[in-house]
Design a protein around this ligand. Structure first.
Ligand code: AMP
Length: 217
């Protein structure tokens, strides 16, 4: 069963990889970052509570984040697998996920990590543009939309994420190395970790990860 967590620093390409993994393997894509951005866009109580934290690159508290993921994972569409993107990000979240997985009978089966050096990450993040409607990701240098500033998939105007600036990126990267990178060891010890080179072109990365996932099925 493909119960996948997609790991890697901000800008490693998790969101982009998720767009084709979810299609090719018919998995529900659960991105905590997307969930938080939706809450902020709709100005819900949750959105208001987390806005400053997310915009400045901080981490939303574990309790809130785990409750959201637990509710989402218990839905029917996760019965045949799932693709978690951006969760877990802390040791407490990894432990909570292990417990949730046992409770719902769907433990993590693969941790896919995209590696990428810091200098590539910063340049990718600051030149990234995203579609606020369908979540598609572009880059003003390496992955331009067909029509400038417009999403190829749904025609919406592209935006730059508020946290895709140098100051917020620095905080996100620090949080990554402090809280998230240690989880790689945790999943390695569990025998679940598989690493891929996030600097590969999107098409080459797709070939490598798809072949691996097919061999795993
Ligand atoms: P992402 O789209 O994964 O880069 O996430 C965007 C932002 O949402 C992060 O910088 C955090 O502020 C917040 N966020 C996403 N996932 C988590 C998580 N698992 N734990 C805490 N905060 C998160």
């Amino acid at each position: 069963m493909l119960n996948i967590i997609l790991m890697g620093p901000p800008g490693a390409g998790k969101g982009t990889a998720a767009t084709w993994i979810k299609e090719d393997f018919s998995l529900p894509h659960i991105s905590t970052g997307d969930m938080f951005r939706e809450a902020m866009a709709s100005n819900s109580p949750l959105g208001k509570q987390i806005k400053d934290i997310v915009d400045n690159g901080g981490l939303v508290n574990d309790e809130l984040t785990c409750a959201l993921v637990k509710e989402r994972l218990s839905r029917k569409d996760c019965q045949n697998g799932y693709l978690l993107d951006g969760f877990p990000r802390t040791e407490a979240q990894a432990e909570a996920l292990k417990k949730m997985g046992e409770e719902i009978g769907r433990p993590v089966t693969l941790a896919i990590n995209l590696t990428c050096p810091d200098e590539v990450l910063i340049s990718r993040v600051t030149t990234r543009r995203v579609c606020p409607k369908c979540g598609a990701s572009y880059n003003v240098i390496t992955l331009k939309p067909l029509k400038e500033g417009i999403c190829d998939h749904c025609g919406s105007a592209l935006i730059q994420r508020k946290d895709d600036n140098e100051a917020s990126f620095k905080v996100r990267l620090e949080n990554y190395y402090r809280s998230t990178a240690p989880l790689l060891d945790y999943y390695k010890k569990e025998g679940l970790l598989h690493e891929f080179d996030g600097t590969l072109s999107m098409s080459n990365l797709k070939v490598e990860i798809s072949a691996f996932l097919r061999s795993y099925l």
